[in-house]
Design a protein around this ligand. Structure first.
Ligand SMILES: [Cu+2]
Length: 128
């Protein structure tokens, strides 16, 4: 009885997913657990690679600092990641600690990211 059931569940992936989902929804016992790790693994690897490929530093000069709101006005060089030419614009800083030691006029290099449509600095260093 048990063997027959296993064989049937392994027959198609679609059926396995449907059954797992249904059993989970019903709060079913652990019988289905051995099948829960069979999907998604390939996708996770691909996503990680795509994100890591383009984290390069961009040179800039600090034009203004808004410490209360953790924002910087930067005159930055081209940002290839966003297809953006050099310009002066505002950035949010991921952590206010990142700009504690910085001052207006400093030459810096930074790594920009985009979170919910907002440009955010995830890393910034003063250039000597
Ligand atoms: Cu810009």
């Amino acid at each position: 009885m048990k063997t027959t059931m296993k064989t049937t569940i392994k027959a198609t992936t679609a059926f396995t997913l449907a059954v797992s989902t249904l059993l989970l929804a019903l709060g079913a016992p652990a019988r289905a657990t051995e099948h829960e790790h069979s999907h998604d693994h390939g996708k996770q690897g691909a996503a990680a690679d795509a994100g890591a490929a383009v984290d390069e530093f961009v040179n800039a000069e600090i034009r203004a600092i808004d410490r209360d709101n953790a924002k910087l006005m930067l005159k930055h060089e081209a940002i290839r990641k966003f297809n953006m030419n050099g310009m002066t614009m505002g950035f949010r800083v991921a952590d206010p600690k990142l700009i504690e030691a910085l001052a207006v006029g400093d030459k810096v290099r930074f790594i920009p990211d985009r979170v919910n449509g907002q440009y955010v600095i995830t890393k910034i260093e003063k250039l000597q």
